[in-house]
Design a protein around this ligand. Structure first.
Ligand SMILES: [Zn+2]
Length: 232
């Protein structure tokens, strides 16, 4: 496995698979995390710097994954009413046939995704933190009501006179997991990590040894780079 790992040259930052040294620079390849940071990566993110909508940091990825998980769970069976026959109940069916308020679950999940697209600065993300947590609670409460409704339905023998019992199914667990992920994403929304890498890039004295090595090798390697380029 380690022989096929993708590693990076700390000088040219190119990636190689199955090699331990950069063929152009003879430097030992390092993992992506160990790459010396570029200026943009080490410059601190301002409170009002707008991130791309696809940025998965600051709880965004967790919240997005949670919302998508909830949407998937909406189409999965919430549970089965088991009697002489087995009746599958999906949240979608509950919304379409029994209780339109169940549409709230996918609507809230979509709303979470909209917030993720709209709130793209640290300051604005932090401002929506409580909203996302509340939305996750709304998802979990709606789900709990729907599951409870299954047990009520089974007790009232809605599909005949024979007693039925409830067997919970994937949708129950998938929506619960999604709701919890949204809650977690909400708690982390706009939260900066303890910026352990910042002083590293900022203070020249604390720069990683990898960067020093680069500087030493730079002139020699540059020459080789040029000779390689002219060969091409
Ligand atoms: Zn290289």
């Amino acid at each position: 496995m380690s022989s096929t790992a993708i590693l990076f040259c700390p000088f040219c930052r190119e990636c190689f698979e199955g090699l331990t040294h950069c063929p152009d620079h003879d430097l030992a390849l390092v993992s992506f995390e160990a790459l010396p940071k570029t200026k943009e990566e080490t410059s601190p993110l301002g409170e009002h710097d707008v991130l791309p909508a696809t940025d998965l940091r600051f709880g965004r990825g967790v919240a997005a994954l949670g919302a998508i998980t909830v949407l998937v769970g909406f189409l999965l069976p919430l549970g089965y009413l088991v009697g002489t026959e087995i009746i599958e109940i999906t949240p979608y069916w509950i919304a379409a046939a029994r209780r339109p308020s169940m549409w709230g679950v996918p609507i809230v999940a979509l709303f979470v995704l909209v917030i993720l697209v709209q709130r793209r600065t640290i300051a604005r993300m932090r401002g929506a933190r409580i909203v996302i947590v509340l939305l996750s609670i709304a998802i979990l409460i709606s789900e709990a009501i729907a599951v409870w409704g299954l047990y009520v339905a089974a007790a009232h023998q809605p599909f005949g006179t024979e007693p039925m019992h409830v067997q919970l199914a994937s949708g129950t667990f998938v929506i619960a997991a999604g709701g919890i992920l949204v809650a977690l994403g909400g708690v982390l929304f706009g939260k900066r990590k303890v910026e352990a890498t910042l002083p590293h890039g900022a203070g020249p004295d604390e720069e990683g040894p990898g960067i020093r090595t680069d500087d030493k090798h730079e002139p020699a390697k540059k020459k080789r780079d040029q000779s390689n380029a002219s060969k091409r």
